[in-house]
Every structure is written in C-alpha cells, then in structure tokens.
Design a protein around this ligand. Structure first.
Ligand code: FPP
Length: 242
C-alpha cells in the first residue's frame, strides 16, 4: 500500500513541536556520491537549511536550533574548515536580510573564543539586527559542544559566587548558552547516523528523537513535515504515567 503523505492541516496545533533541533548530517556523503568535494555538499546543505527555516515559519514551529559546527569540527582538513567558514560568512551576511524579512531572530550558541574575529562580528551584527523578531528563533550552534557549554556554565556559576544550594536544575539551564530557549521537543539527525555527537545533551533529556535516512542536502519541507507527523503520534510522558 502506498503511504499517504502527511498534510500539515491534519496535525493539531498542540502536536506541532515548539522547538526542533537538527543535526544536519550527510553533506560529505552526498557530495562523495556525486564525485564532488565535501564542500559541494555543505553548500547544498545550506539550501536545505534555507528550505527548513521557511517551512518552520510556515508550520508554526517557534524555535529551530541547528548544529552548524562543533568544537570538534576544527579537526577536519584545513580546506574544509576554511570553506565552511566562508559559507558561514555568506550565511550571516547575504542570507541575513531575507531571514530578517521573514521575522527570524538569530541566536548564536557556542564558545566565542576560537571563532575568527571577522565572523564573530558578523554573527553579533546578525543577532543584534534580528533581536526583535519573533516568528522563529533560529539558534545556530557554531563552535558548540555540550561538554564545553557545561564547562562554561560551571565556571560562570563559580565566578558569580553561587552557593551550592542555589545550584538547581533550573539554574544550570539559565547558565547554558541556550538560556531562555525552551528545551527541544524533537531532535532530528539526518543521514541515518544514530549518535548525539555532543549536541544539547542537557537540554534534550526528554526530547523525542528521529533519525531519517535522508542525507541533509536531500532534506527539505517534505521531510520536515514527515518528521513532525511522526512526532505528533508520539506519546510523551516525561518519565511519568498517563
Ligand atoms: C555534517 O555533515 C555537516 C556539517 C559539519 C556542517 C553543516 C553546515 C551546513 C549545512 C552549512 C550551512 C549552515 C549554516 C548555519 C550557515 P558531514 O560533513 O559530517 O557529512 P558526512 O557525515 O556525510 O561526512
């Protein structure tokens, strides 16, 4: 029997995830299959991201968090790292006005130290320009790693002189890069790989996970809708009994 494609109008609004986080995996394999350099895949991945942002706005998803570059990704070949940096420059400048027009607020998640100064400046400008937008909060995890994030949180809590009894689960959340952003409801990792790779470990304690086989450059509105439709069927209990 042919499977019926989901329709967003069939999904009740309260079953749409408020916050979707994505590990955009498979760019390299997608390019290799075409006999092309890995950067060709990252560039195509940028197109997918553009489509997914637009679809999130359309579907009423309020928060989208994407894993663009991890604290471990600096260990990739130099030409790939500098090619990705170039892509991020383009994203934070050329794409910015279109995102701003769509009402997208941009937030950066990750350690500032280590990001080239010129890119950091563009990120800060994008964050500042879009700070009053509220249709979609797009958090870009760049030079991000969960363990690094927790390390910074602990350092700042100590520097702020917090007493042991003041350190609650909620307080820890407030010291993470994601402070003020609700925990993800759904985390998607494309390309069939089933790992967390140091992404939102604390925040996704009760997230639903999906691992579609689609390589990220082939992921778009249709695949996002399939993921949302699957999420809508899940029974979330948060460790309790219904
Ligand atoms: C993982 O695929 C992908 C990345 C490390 C980079 C993701 C970046 C983009 C999609 C570019 C646009 C992003 C922004 C926010 C401007 P991989 O290279 O590990 O793929 P593989 O597992 O097939 O090798």
């Amino acid at each position: 029997m042919a499977s019926v494609k989901p329709d967003i109008r069939d999904i009740p609004a309260d079953r749409i995830p408020r916050h979707i986080a994505v590990i955009m995996d498979g760019n390299g394999r997608w390019a290799k299959k075409r006999g092309m350099p890995r950067l060709f895949g990252h560039r195509a991945g940028m197109e997918s991201l553009r489509a997914v942002i637009k679809a999130c706005v359309e579907f009423g998803v309020k928060y989208l968090t994407v894993y663009a570059f991890s604290t471990e990704n600096w260990g990739r070949p130099q030409d790939e790292v500098s090619g990705l940096e170039k892509l991020f420059h383009e994203a934070f400048t050329n794409e910015l006005l279109e995102l701003h027009k769509q009402g997208v607020r941009i937030i950066h998640l990750g350690q500032r130290e280590g990001i080239p100064q010129d890119l950091l400046k563009e990120i800060d400008e994008a964050v500042d320009l879009s700070k009053n937008n509220d249709r979609l909060v797009l958090s870009v995890a760049l030079n991000y790693g969960s363990r690094n994030e927790l390390m910074h949180a602990v350092r700042r809590m100590i520097a702020d002189g917090l007493k042991p009894e003041e350190i609650t689960e909620q307080k820890i959340s407030e010291y993470l890069f994601t402070a003020g952003i609700p925990d993800p409801d759904l985390v998607i990792r494309s390309s069939g790989e089933q790992r967390l790779s140091n992404f939102l470990l604390y925040q996704s304690a009760y997230a639903e996970w999906e691992f579609p086989e689609t390589l990220w450059p082939d992921f778009g509105k249709e695949q996002l809708l399939e993921a949302i439709a699957e999420y809508a069927k899940r029974d979330r209990r948060f460790g309790k009994v219904k």
